[in-house]
Design a protein around this ligand. Structure first.
Ligand code: PGA
Length: 258
């Protein structure tokens, strides 16, 4: 099902100081990034690093097209877990979305689908919409294993057997080989992956009553955003590098008005 309102997530990763973040937001919000008469502006989620969530959330307050997200959360709500941040804490800061299972966390922090499943449950318990990132590596793609990899990541990280709290879900299809490389799959490949992901989710009875939002991520730029986002079943974009440059990000947002 095609969503009317596109969702655009800006993943700042570990970039920018607080003054730089404030300046970026001032530029993004200088005026609306889209032409005047739009009935269905996209919803834009900004995901700064954890210490900047509160000040950034304060700056976004009052905008109906901007909201605050986080880049990760821990698998527990509370306790002796030095350096970690729980979904419960994020909720108290007003966080509405949380990226979970980004390929950088899978690779650099050894996050498994089972750990990711716990994080998704924590988010759902706290009314935070998880943005589950899945995608194949270049080796898996070359072996023709993309569909199987996506299916396994979904089955294991959505914890299909035990989940009983399901509110809302965003899945971001992010081929690992496309992240930060300037390379992207063909439009047909993106559409096929989105259809495949939607089919797997909708086959599960726990998820049948929610409408999953499915995004594409990986080297989204102003010059490819419109083409990607108009693909059948593509509900929006997850943007890394290009979300750090106000003019690029504004152009990507504008490209999502169709
Ligand atoms: P990129 O990153 O847009 O810089 O490729 C996307 C991501 O890592 O989510």
């Amino acid at each position: 099902m095609q969503l009317v309102r596109k969702l655009i997530v800006g993943n700042w990763k570990m970039n920018g100081t607080l003054p730089e973040a404030q300046s970026l937001i001032r530029q993004i919000t200088a005026d609306k990034p889209w032409p005047k008469n739009t009935d269905n502006p996209p919803l834009v989620v900004l995901c700064p690093s954890h210490p900047m969530i509160h000040p950034v959330a304060m700056m976004l307050d009052g905008y109906d097209w901007l909201t605050i997200g986080a880049q990760d959360c821990y698998t527990q709500d509370i306790g002796a877990f030095t350096g970690d941040v729980s979904a419960m804490i994020l909720q108290s800061l007003g966080v509405k979305y949380c990226i979970v299972g980004h390929s950088e966390r899978r690779r650099l922090h050894n996050e498994t689908n089972q750990v990711i499943a716990q994080k998704i449950l924590c988010c759902q318990k706290r009314q935070i919409t998880p943005i589950l990132c899945i995608g194949e590596t270049i080796d898996e793609r070359n072996k023709g294993a993309t569909s199987a990899v996506l299916e396994q990541q979904l089955q294991e990280s959505l914890n299909f057997e035990v989940t009983n709290v399901v509110s809302s879900l965003v899945v971001a299809y992010e081929p690992v080989w496309a992240i930060g490389t300037g390379k992207i799959p063909s439009k047909q490949e993106i559409i096929f992956a989105h259809q495949h992901i939607r089919k797997i989710i909708m086959q599960h009875h726990l998820y049948r009553r929610i409408t999953p939002v499915i995004l594409y991520g990986g080297s989204v730029k102003p010059d490819n955003a419109a083409e990607i986002v108009c693909g059948d079943g593509v509900d929006g974009l997850l943007v890394g590098g290009a979300s750090l440059k106000a003019s690029d990000f504004r152009n990507i947002i504008a490209a999502c008005i169709q």
